[in-house]
Ligand binder design. Sequence first.
Ligand SMILES: [Zn+2]
Length: 512
Amino acid sequence: MTLHLYNTLTKSKELFKPLAPRLVTMYTCGPTVYNHPHIGNFRSFIAADILRRYLEYYGYEVKQIVNITDVGHMTTDDPAPFGAGQAPSAEEGEDKIQAAALREKKSPYEIARFYEEEFLRLSRLLNIEEASLYPRATEHIPEMIELIKKLITKGFAYEVSGGNIYFEVSRFVEYGKLSGNTLENLMAGARIEVNREKKSPLDFALWKQDPKHLMQWDSPWRSDSPDKSGTQSGGKGFPGWHIECSAMSMKYLGATFDIHTGGEDNIFPHHESEIAQSEAANEKPFVKYWFHTRHLLVNNQKMSKSAGNFYTVKDIIDKGFAPRVLRYALMSVHYRQPLNFTLEGLDAARNAIQRLLDFKNSLVEIIFHSTSATTVESRPNREKEVDSDMNDIKKIVESTRERFNAAMNDDLNISEALGAVFDMVRDTNRLALSSGKAGMVLRMLEQFDSVMGVLSEEEVNLDDEVKKLIDERQLARKNKDYKKSDEIRDKLTKMGITLEDTPQGIRWKRKV
Ligand SMILES: [Zn+2]
């Protein structure tokens, strides 16, 4: 395999070579489950899905972990603006889940489980392959405590009065190697902090004690307020966001794994801090390839609620766009290019998928219904109808495969790869196809779609149901039961299926 992937760590395209011969280990920073995910979040999840599907297309087995952040992600953990040299700090601001719980007058667990379910539902709708596991942060507190203890023992973390634990950034000399935010850069831009308990304003929280926090666990670290029973045990507290991903990736993928994915806004401080914690604890490289998706713009502007251009995935689906249309729109621009998202762009995506679906349906129809060679698009007044031989078709299929693979091997150049697929559609449409030739093209299209993931959505079940309804309608017409026949046609229309009577029988098309 000659896949070259851009690695944020080395800032260059590198030949991809996993640690094990046939298995790829991959960790995707999952959602913080406190609100409806927006389309930018899902651009990143879909990019990771395309990467995973392409590795599988090549025959790799992929073990993918997508974590669920259900505690500890503070409002101040995110960089603002992107990539600015700002000190990572988890000791200010609010826990996003707790804030949502207070706002919605629910428990933080109710909030977390509700939005986790919503995230999983949208992932299924958008045809994102299921991860091997979706570990929740709240179910891995003992692992986080163990890791923090190890960091204290090794001298990379320290406890202050009140039981808060900080990572001492200056002790990890390679801090900044992912984001370029080195200690010198950060110190130059650091704000003057009021928090005097930290050795340096750059140190970030691993464990935080806060009596007002609604989600708390026992810790080995002391608290200023002993519990009422009088036993001076450790105080209660909750973990920082960064330590969660280090603990969970280590548990399921080992000290070193192949690929870590996320949005570009995760690079700093989140991923930079993950590297520091994991490498300080294990004294081994953490991740071989760092894969980051760029954020998207909506109508050429940064998405924001105040600008009125903020879309959740649910908003788009509620507007009547099929999930696969959104998937196509989000994946069809290279993951490291800025994507300008517009509603017109969704219309174009819908047309593109419609073209592919029509093509696929025509191939299926030739395979199952034709006795003699027929053109894929059997328009009566076709100008060019060239009789094809098997070699022509083989040539088209093979050259498309080569172009598709070459494009994807070049850091997943999906727009080039899609271009190759559409050229195959155009070139094949010019030719007369027998059922054997149509079968060859269909198999190729299905392989491409194992990467694109836009044509297969519940295809099999839907095909069976449509065929059953068409047969029922034919029977009704034969029995002159036109009322029933019309009812069935209406039902099919509602399903997005249009029927067309042809001399060869009924043809059907699906609208996206
Ligand atoms: Zn993470």
